[in-house]
Design a protein around this ligand. Structure first.
Ligand code: MN
Length: 272
């Protein structure tokens, strides 16, 4: 049976990263695009709850219909699986983001959040991010999506065929290298980013001040086996991610504080 692939992103429906994946995935089945109508990067798992959502049918260059929404990436996934497409997708692909989503970035990323929403709802999902040629990211930079698009087109059928564990997404990141200089792929764990944010006062008028806190600069400690190290070495990184944030050691430690009795003691002291 022909597969239905839901394609979304956080850079907006006009992003070349989205269209590179759409072209690469087209031979695998039908690709339905539901994407934000503008750049919604770094919105993480935000959802629109205080207003209704506008969905506009737009015609793509090749004549295909896509849906542009004023919602977030997670809203796009929700719209699609709740019936916008008239059928449910077999797999959800988010990206390709214009810039990497490595290490701690995954918690800010709208690209990863869309895939996460997919797996939490029970669908296989992949988040795809591409570094700009020569490093960095953003809409102004140059990209070569060919290696990552070809890679994802090989990965999606495996994910569907293997019924990849529910509630686990694949976070794929590709280094900014031109096609032909791609090194292959590595399975990795998340590394740790070091952000170099600083407080910069932009303007000061009376009681009102404007600050900038997010710079472009970030680095990381080199640690083997991480997504950061793989991309550093020129490999596509594939990190399986789940959303179980519970720390079992932390549970044991806090259990030893015997906090179960704290409220009772408090109540006893307050009693007349
Ligand atoms: Mn983005």
């Amino acid at each position: 049976m022909e597969k239905l692939i839901l394609l979304t992103n956080d850079d907006g429906i006009a992003s070349p990263g989205l269209h590179a994946l759409r072209a690469a995935l087209a031979p695998l089945g039908r690709v339905s695009v539901v994407a934000p109508d503008r750049n919604r990067s770094a919105i993480a798992r935000g959802i629109t709850i205080h207003s209704s959502l506008t969905v506009e049918e737009v015609r793509l260059e090749d004549g295909a219909t896509a849906y542009a929404t004023d919602g977030t990436p997670v809203d796009c996934v929700r719209l699609a699986v709740l019936g916008l497409l008239g059928e449910v997708p077999d797999v959800i692909v988010s990206g390709a983001n214009l810039g990497l989503n490595l290490g701690d970035d995954v918690t800010y990323s709208g690209t990863v959040a869309a895939a996460l929403e997919g797996v939490l709802l029970g669908w296989p999902a992949i988040a795809v991010s591409q570094e700009a040629l020569g490093g960095g990211g953003g809409p102004e930079a140059d990209y070569d999506f060919r290696p990552v698009a070809a890679f994802v087109a090989r990965l999606v059928p495996l994910l569907v065929r293997e019924r990849f564990p529910r509630h686990v997404l694949l976070n794929v990141n590709a280094p900014g290298r031109p096609a032909g200089r791609a090194q292959g792929a590595r399975v990795t764990r998340l590394g740790r980013r070091i952000y170099h944010d600083k407080l910069e006062l932009e303007a000061h008028e009376g009681a009102r001040r404007r600050y900038r806190i997010y710079g472009d600069g970030h680095s990381h400690h080199r640690e083997e086996g991480t997504d950061l190290a793989a991309v550093d070495d020129g490999f596509i990184s594939v990190t399986p991610l789940h959303f179980d944030l519970t720390d079992l050691d932390g549970m044991d430690a806090v259990e030893r504080w015997e906090i179960g009795g704290l409220l009772r003691e408090e109540a006893a002291e307050l009693a007349p």
